[in-house]
Design a protein around this ligand. Sequence first.
Ligand code: SF4
Ligand code: SF4
Length: 443
Amino acid sequence: MPVDMNVMRGFMEQIQQLGQMDVPSERPDEERVDTAKRVMLEKLDTALAVDLEACVHCGLCAEACHFYLSTEDPRYVPVRKLELMRRLYRRERGPLRWLYRLTTRDITMDDLEEWQELVYDACTVCQRCSLICPMGVHVAAGVAGMRAAMRAADLMPVEMRFVGQEQSEKGSLFGVGSEEFRQAIEELRASGLSIPLDEPRADILVLSAVTDILLFKDTLVSTIRIMNHIGASWTFSSQGYESANFGYMAGDEEWQCAASKRVYDAAVACGAQTVIVAECGHAYPALRWDGAELFGKPLPFEVLAPAEFLAREIVAGRLKVKPIGKQKKVSFHDPCKIGRVGGVVDAPRVVLQALGVDLREAEPHGVENLCCGGGAGNFLINRGMPLRQKAFELKIRQYDATGADEIVTSCDSCQMNFMAGSMMHQWNKPIEGLVALVGQNLA
Ligand code: SF4
Ligand code: SF4
């Protein structure tokens, strides 16, 4: 059941208020530029240096980026977003640095301020450009390094800073912490649902997300129903329930580590062999791929996206769904971090096939799908709204061509961005989450 637009409007107003809370940095410009350069050099590992050398300036990556495609503004050509990194590399690390120091200028505060928009508002770190690049240049990795440098220079967008700090320092997001999570569970228990919370032993730790508490309650209820339906040994943890990781999106390793550690500790405490993240695009790579790297050792549990888990349980015959029928015409939006980056492309289609809906594939879809424009925390950046909405026009064209009546996805951020896009463009195409759809159609 699609979310009430009034609830969504209230959430967007909360985000708008964050944008009014900025205070200018008190540090001198020189110090901020030096810090940014130091962080950029730290992030300039061999892989990134090879990428910067390998680029042949063919410009093909432009054709992959939703921000360039929708505006044709040359500032948004993917590789240009790494220009400061390249300049620094050439002046400080490259084999001809003595020459580049004579012929190129050093990075200034004006440069950083200009590139701030390019690496936040104009890049969702979706990695589509890397697919098309003949040299395999990983633009998104460079952008992530640039975001870390911006953060060090006090140039992180205020909305991301507030939310990231809240998660790192208080362990809550938008005011939802352990206590509020526990309360939400108690309210659902009062409605008759059986919900394991803080079980001392469980095979599966299931995560939630602030968006499921505040906006997508159907997804939370469906998650519980599905886990109970298959009879799994599972639990939520009031200490490690949050999938979202704003440190990952903001480029702050310390914040990222703190958020992942809460989940890691909760999983280890109950002996879980599997952790299922919520329908949250970035949560999947943040824990599954970056988690082991942050902790310097393999994770003692597997990490699954909900779609992966649902497909696995359907194939194993433990999860049984009622076919909805072909009268429901849907198209599936592959979230970049789960589909392109995580390779979870077939699993949601296995689920939709079991539900018996008329799946109208958009072109492109799967690993080549176009980003919706809201990922990597961009949905929070108020000033980026016009650019995001311009890019969203591509999505409207993409899905209108399918003849589908609604969109299904498996990422809350995508869902929010689609809802915001529908409001802005008066586009009447509802979107719902895959977990909610399954939860409403259990056999
Ligand atoms: S497609 Fe690759 S090689 Fe071509 S300009 Fe973009 S990053 Fe450089
Ligand atoms: S990662 Fe995505 S948003 Fe960023 S430059 Fe590449 S295509 Fe554009």
